[in-house]
Design a protein around this ligand. Structure first.
Ligand SMILES: *[C@@H]1O[C@H](CO)[C@@H](O)[C@H](O)[C@H]1NC(C)=O
Ligand SMILES: *[C@@H]1O[C@H](CO)[C@@H](O)[C@H](O)[C@H]1NC(C)=O
Ligand SMILES: *[C@@H]1O[C@H](CO)[C@@H](O)[C@H](O)[C@H]1NC(C)=O
Ligand SMILES: *[C@@H]1O[C@H](CO)[C@@H](O)[C@H](O)[C@H]1NC(C)=O
Ligand SMILES: *[C@@H]1O[C@H](CO)[C@@H](O)[C@H](O)[C@H]1NC(C)=O
Ligand SMILES: *[C@@H]1O[C@H](CO)[C@@H](O)[C@H](O)[C@H]1NC(C)=O
Ligand SMILES: *[C@@H]1O[C@H](CO)[C@@H](O)[C@H](O)[C@H]1NC(C)=O
Ligand SMILES: *[C@@H]1O[C@H](CO)[C@@H](O)[C@H](O)[C@H]1NC(C)=O
Ligand SMILES: *[C@@H]1O[C@H](CO)[C@@H](O)[C@H](O)[C@H]1NC(C)=O
Length: 893
């Protein structure tokens, strides 16, 4: 969302998930909203947001991420525009850290904790400081050593990558000065990964990348990274001796593989010259068996060759005499073999051999090797970390050591902070902020440092009351507040505590009432409360804003109208009180969408509505919420779920949609639904959806591309009228002629245009493809993706062989029990197949699909009365469908 595309139309968000909840017990999480790569890339040393040639977004390097250091340009002799590095522009600037032992970038993803990330740093010295002295330094990931950085010369680009399950809410990447020159950094990237990949088997050890090699492409090909790779990896070309390259140009569904291997990686491979020779990957330099690390080897296979009937490519993969794996590939299998190499095991090469009788030579597409990084240190207790970070921000404390974790590693702990290390998780026991120029009220946050024994805030300019909550700290022994400007009286609880072991030092606060006989006014009790409520609110706002800034910075710049603040639209605006009334105080929750929860409501006139509330922790955020409301109020069509009103009152923001009583199409087609949809109902649903899509594509100027057409986004109302929902990913383009390189994979696995995936080209035909998949679902009753014991199967792979046999009876949903006309089923199938041709250009415009579906419906009309299956033909039909996608329906029906 933060990329090239200027026209972002964020619209309806999954009202669909509403119904998921109600009609089946299972909650299907909405995948509306965020299909951004989610990457955060920081162009270190450059103070503006910018895009590279691929439209990939780089954040400005500012205080949002780092608080220290100086920025520089590298010297021009080191500019290398010919470099294969696509990130070349981003390497022209650096941030260097002359001060302090440890300097950190702090990355706050919206849900960092327990999620998996690929973190990559780049460094190019380029004589940025004109001193021609190349430094060497260390990197830490959080509280532990990551890697050492050294350079052969000033023009070397150093890249380090690590995959890590974050254990904290923040991800700190720290540069450590080891006395061998000033650390610096050129580029820092954070990419979210699936949580199930690149993980050490038994622990949360991060995996440091050693090598990531793509095999089988010609030497002149540049290396592969974003946008081909949506996980932020860089694939380098490699060769294996004694091998030959081969490749395929077939469209590849890389979603089939949880590693999201780029088509370019899957589509090329090497194989042995004959089935009795082997492939060897030399690993002697890659797997350091002398080190105290385990290693992980990932071997990626996609057997794109056609095999003769039932033939299996059976391979014997030998790491050592004791470590051996077997891989059997059927034609079109995608498979990643993960092998852990225990500490101290010498693997000098990996050999891949065909087992006797396989009949096919061994092959491999790509491999990666990672080293598990030991994690001797645990981070400080998270509440202590959060509290200290709050205090730091509340008082704008600029201390060079106050970066990264407060207690760990111990030698870099924060100045003035003392920790107890007797547990594996350190706790803060003392905070000394004497003479630190603190101003303003004394924050109640200090009392969140639960293990605090001494707190010294002496010689500052703190005002207001002493928070009574400090008395709750069980171990507090010394509170030194001398030399401030505190007021009010000493809280009773603190006075009591001072008789049982707490030393209170309060002199030098002329306006503080030290005796017990102060003027009693309620103020002193209320004020701390107000203060704490206020500081909480401020905190919440800061957290919210920083989250939002993070994700939506560019949208803010792009949708300048957002600055209007409050929504103004022709739709009806509701007050907070009205929303409470409509939803009966949010009595009936019917789902969770990208914004937040969705409630059932009823307007005064009795109309049922779905009320979607923007939650504070919303992933979509205010600006998208507002643009959604705005844009939804601009378009209307009977086959789009419509907006009834909105609420933007006080702190409540909600969108109110028409209520779709019958739920979503996916559920209606599922086996759980006893009232299976009749054939003519299915035809009408298809036509409705096509009409809605036609409106978006051809009725709107600029055209709107939905990007997430799928059966769970098709909702039906009481009278079985189908409407498209969840326009949350939609984009409108002012200029259809521009190339719309999409910077993120939009949409849902199973419905994604294979061509979009290869080219990143976003256009109407991607929606047509997804629509074709819905047609197949309607026809067959199958899901777009079926999970079988052998992996996942795409609906087109299920239909194709049957289609080749001309067997329409085997294709049509058996639950229709033959109650459909073969002619219209054929016609319908023909339309569906034309929509899902692999090349976009061969797919019809949705407007002609509308025409064809109407014809199809006309054929079926005689059956409308509902009875008889007399039209069923048992003729086995010949089909002239061919793989190329030029499909002509059989003439004999
Ligand atoms: C880096 O170069 C740009 C353009 O040449 C210039 O505007 C900028 O001031 C330079 N920055 C530094 C820190 O020298
Ligand atoms: C810098 O070092 C790299 C790696 O050793 C080498 O390939 C390159 O030629 C060197 N460049 C210069 C200018 O010395
Ligand atoms: C695929 O193989 C053909 C024939 O060997 C070759 O000309 C072509 O460059 C290869 N494509 C890639 C992407 O390596
Ligand atoms: C297979 O290839 C190897 C090496 O390229 C060669 O030595 C061997 O003779 C070949 N075997 C057959 C059966 O062609
Ligand atoms: C696998 O290969 C190893 C060595 O290359 C060999 O010793 C072993 O017998 C092979 N196993 C099978 C089942 O082919
Ligand atoms: C309290 O703070 C003052 C001023 O910093 C200092 O002189 C005094 O020694 C402190 N008292 C204790 C007990 O630490
Ligand atoms: C203390 O606060 C009062 C009012 O807030 C102010 O007038 C006074 O100058 C302050 N005293 C010092 C020493 O800062
Ligand atoms: C569309 O492109 C044309 C030509 O490139 C340009 O003149 C026009 O201003 C563009 N329209 C918009 C809305 O950007
Ligand atoms: C089709 O129907 C005819 C006549 O009803 C019958 O003789 C024939 O066996 C049927 N064919 C199939 C394949 O069921």
């Amino acid at each position: 969302m933060k990329k090239i595309t200027v026209w972002i139309v964020a619209l309806l968000v999954s009202v669909s998930s509403i119904i998921d909840l109600r009609s089946s017990a299972q909650v299907v999480p909405s995948d509306g909203g965020d299909t951004d790569t989610g990457a955060i890339s920081i162009d270190c040393g450059f103070t503006q947001d910018n895009l590279d040639a691929n439209g990939f977004f780089y954040e400005a390097d500012d205080a949002e991420f780092v608080e220290s250091g100086k920025i520089y340009n590298i010297s021009s002799p080191y500019y290398n525009t010919d470099s294969q590095e696509q990130v070349w522009q981003q390497l022209k600037t650096v941030r260097s850290f002359p001060q302090g032992k440890r300097n950190c970038y702090t990355l706050k993803d919206k849900q960092a904790k327990n999620n998996n990330y690929l973190i990559t740093v780049y460094m190019l010295y380029g004589n940025y400081d004109n001193k021609n002295s190349i430094p060497s330094f260390h990197l830490h990931l959080g509280v532990n050593f990551w890697t050492e950085i050294k350079f052969e010369n000033a023009s070397v680009i150093r890249r380090k990558t690590v995959a890590q399950i974050s254990t904290t809410d923040y991800i700190d990447v720290c540069l450590i000065n080891i006395g061998q020159g000033i650390p610096f950094i050129s580029l820092l990237e954070l990419w979210p990964l699936s949580n199930s990949i690149y993980r050490a088997s038994s622990s949360l050890l991060p995996l440091g990348l050693i090598t990531c090699v793509n095999l089988g492409v010609s030497e002149d090909l540049k290396f592969i990274r974003y946008p081909e790779d949506m996980y932020g990896r860089s694939w380098f070309n490699g060769q294996l001796e004694n091998s030959e390259r081969f490749n395929t140009s077939e469209a590849i569904y890389n979603e089939v593989n949880e590693y999201k291997l780029p088509s370019e990686v899957l589509g090329s491979a090497v194989r042995a010259k004959n089935d009795s020779s082997s492939l060897y990957i030399n690993t002697l330099k890659l797997i350091d068996f002398t080190a105290d690390n385990e290693h992980y080897v990932y071997l990626h296979f996609f057997d794109f060759e056609e095999h003769s009937q039932g033939q299996v490519r059976s391979m014997n993969i030998t790491f050592t005499d004791d470590i051996r794996e077997y891989v059997d590939l059927k034609s079109k299998d995608v498979y990643t073999l993960v092998r852990r190499i225990p500490k101290g095991v010498l693997v000098d090469r990996i050999s891949i051999t065909s087992t006797p009788g396989s009949g096919l030579p061994p092959m491999i597409n790509a491999y990666e090797i990672y080293r598990a990084l030991p994690q001797p240190n645990s981070p400080t207790h998270e509440q202590d970390v959060a509290t200290l970070r709050n205090i730091k921000h509340a008082y704008s404390i600029m201390r060079i050591s106050w970066q990264g974790d407060p207690c760990r590693p111990q030698r870099y702990s924060w100045e003035g902070v003392t920790c107890n290390y007797s547990d594996s998780i350190p706790r803060v026991t003392s905070l000394n902020m004497r003479s630190s120029k603190l101003t303003g009220e004394m924050a109640t946050s200090f009392s969140d440092l639960m293990m605090l024994e001494t707190l010294d805030l002496s010689n500052n300019q703190l005002t207001g009351d002493i928070p009574e909550s400090l008395a709750k700290l069980p171990s507090l022994k010394l509170l030194n507040l001398t030399g401030n400007n505190l007021t009010g009286s000493i809280p009773k609880a603190l006075r009591e505590k001072s008789t049982t072991g707490l030393t209170l030092i309060l002199d030098g606060n002329p306006r503080l009432c030290q005796t017990g006989s102060c003027k009693t006014n309620t103020k002193k009790f209320i004020k701390p409360l107000v203060a704490s409520a206020a500081s909480l609110a401020v905190l919440a706002i800061i957290v919210y804003i920083s989250l939002m800034l993070h994700k939506h910075k560019t949208i803010a710049k792009v949708l300048s109208s957002k600055k209007d603040g409050r929504i103004k639209s022709k739709n009806h605006g509701f007050s907070q009180a009205e929303v409470h009334g409509i939803t009966n105080d949010f009595a009936t929750e019917i789902g969770v969408g990208g914004f937040g929860k969705v409630y059932l409501g009823r307007l005064k006139d009795g109309t049922q509505v779905a009320v979607k509330l923007l939650s504070q922790s919303s992933q979509q955020g205010l600006s998208e919420f507002q643009s959604e409301a705005k844009l939804l109020s601009l378009i209307y069509h009977r086959n789009l779920v419509s907006l009834v009103g909105y609420c933007d009152d006080g702190d409540m923001r909600a969108l109110i949609y028409e209520y779709m009583a019958k739920g979503n199409l996916r559920n209606l087609l599922s086996d759980n639904n006893p009232n299976i949809l009749k054939w003519n109902e299915r035809l009408e649903v298809a036509l409705d959806v096509a009409c809605g899509l036609d409106y978006l594509h051809n009725g709107c100027k600029p055209p709107i591309i939905h990007r997430d057409i799928k059966s769970s986004n098709i909702l039906l109302n009481e009278s079985m009228q189908a409407k498209i929902a969840d326009l949350g990913l939609s984009k409108a383009f002012a200029n259809d002629t521009d190339t719309h390189i999409s910077t993120r994979p939009a949409g849902t696995f199973g419905y994604l245009d294979p061509e979009f995936h290869r080219s990143g080209n976003l256009n109407k035909k991607s929606d047509v493809y997804s629509f074709g998949i819905i047609l197949l679902e309607l026809l067959t009753g199958q899901r777009a993706i079926t999970v079988t014991s052998e992996g996942t199967r795409h609906i087109s792979d299920w239909v194709n062989p049957k289609l080749e046999n001309g067997d329409i009876q085997a294709i049509v949903d058996p639950r229709l029990e033959g109650k459909f006309s073969t002619a219209s089923a054929w016609k319908f199938l023909e339309i569906a197949m034309s929509c899902i041709t692999p090349t976009a250009i061969q797919r019809p415009d949705i407007s002609s699909v509308v025409v064809d579906l109407k014809q199809c419906l006309a054929m079926e009309m005689p059956l409308e009365s509902g009875e008889s299956s007399s039209l069923i033909s048992n003729t086995t039909l010949e089909t002239s469908y061919s793989q190329s996608g030029s499909y002509s329906p059989p003439s004999a029906r």
